[in-house]
Design a protein around this ligand. Sequence first.
Ligand code: AMP
Length: 591
Amino acid sequence: MMNRSNAQSITTSSGDADIIMGQMMPCPPNIPSLLEYAAHHHSTQRIISRRLEGDIHSYSYRDAYRRVCQLANALHTLGVKVGDRIGTLAWNGYRHFECYYAISGIGAICHTINPRLYGEQIEYIIRHAEDEYLFVDACFLNLLTPILPQLSSVKGIIVLIDESHMPDTHDLIIASKQSSFIVLNYEALLNGAGSDFNWPTLPPDTAACLCYTSGTTGNPKGVLYSHFSTVMHAYASRNPDALNVSADTVVMPVVPMYHVCAWGMPYIAAMAGATLVLPGDGMDGPALYELIEYAKVELMLGVPTVWLRLLEYLEENHLQIPSVKTVGVGGAASPKALVEALDKQHGIYLLPIWGMTETSPLATLGARTKAMENMSDDERYHIQTTAGKPMFGIEIEIFDDNNHVVTHDGKSRGFLRVRGPWVLRDYYKTDKANAFIEDAHGNEWFDTGDIAVIDENSYLKIVDRAKDVVKSGGEWISSIDLENAALEHESVSEACVIGVKHVKWDERPLLFVVPHPPLTHKQSADHPEPQVSEQELTLKESIQSFLATKVAKWWLPDDILFVNELPHTATGKLQKRTLRDQYWEYLIQQK
Ligand code: AMP
């Protein structure tokens, strides 16, 4: 006989029906349970951090858990309550890791702030989030001093540094203009706190972490991750067909913990009991090389530019990194030149990844497969320059202008939309944006703003951001494809393509190149040299004829400009809008 208390009425397409509920324990895992698990079952596995104090710090998950409990007690003493937003402004390090767990664990919201944003944007997001306290690396305190008078919600700052290195914080207290404002040392705060803590039982949808988009158009928007979405994202991401993280893996997220939770690695590593290596502010070649060798890192995560710089350093110094097996690359398309250099020079597999702040961020990955063993290099590199396939839980689809699904043939382009348990449903404290679109079956999708193709085997490839694609005579030129083709030229260290105004074709591509080695005279994007040197002309011709072997003739850029550096956003992406504003009339003025 059916136990009625175990039934629930639902409405289906054929009318109302009673469904029978499962009878399993309601114990959804939450964020503190990830670390609790690591502390109990992988207690001696290490978390290794480069500290701003200058040394390398190493401790166990058991030690980390004890300090997280101390921090949770300290947060209660400070009066932090469920739902309060607590900001962090910090590099990848063990104290930042502790903040992640303690803040979310007590039911408050860990709001990671990107220090590379402009002062006004940092001010905007702290005010928008109404952060109560800020946990800050000492090197970022100067970012706060000028904006502190405007941050009326902030009651105090906790400086993430040893007591013996505590800087003079007198200016901050004056700047705050609040008599009760406090500035504390993190270690002093922990010293007085007990090391036992009873984590509250929180509904799985409780907000855990808040991250703002980098805001290339308009103000940054907040994405509020829940305990459930974070744990689901970690479960999916550690799988063999995704990042493949086990207790044996040594992982180093070079992608910062202030942007989309270092792609979830602080949670994934604890769930797996993996050794977690946190590089602090040491993102350059020498610092990364030292830490890779020290910790024997196997898996690293980051944007392409980090790896291009590391490879340059390794090549110049004739160094190898034999412990590294895989480098996960996302945030931008993986250029073939990078895939090939990692493979041929170091035997490293470039694992392509696509995701966004709005998707927690990992959504699609191109894991190594057995079939690849029998492929030619070119066939394998072709897959590695896609963005991979969706993980279980994530649905992706491409749509045309009329909201119809586009064929998955690897050629037909469409607007990329996505849905799943770790995809946002709304932006934080913002009216429903027009980025949410219903399909013909009433399912809601998040419109990513990317244009993509999907092939017969489900591999996704991002063609462009919808706003960056070059619209030439009614046809689209992919700025990403053109940039990646240019990057294969031996003298191109970085490339950026923008669409600029053209009388006949509406828009034509203009290519900016950072040459390697640099040209002998100086230019910048702000002040390109009016005189074109012989050297420049030769390099221009060489790049144009090289591109002619890689792309269709009508894709060739109308001009190439050499610059010493290119503008980047706070998350390391090319800041195309700045160049577009500056160069929009360039071709017209050249006539
Ligand atoms: P963010 O929210 O700052 O992480 O930026 C997300 C955006 O980065 C995406 O919408 C894409 O435009 C871009 N992106 C991320 N991964 C890739 C990839 N594998 N290929 C091309 N673009 C990517």
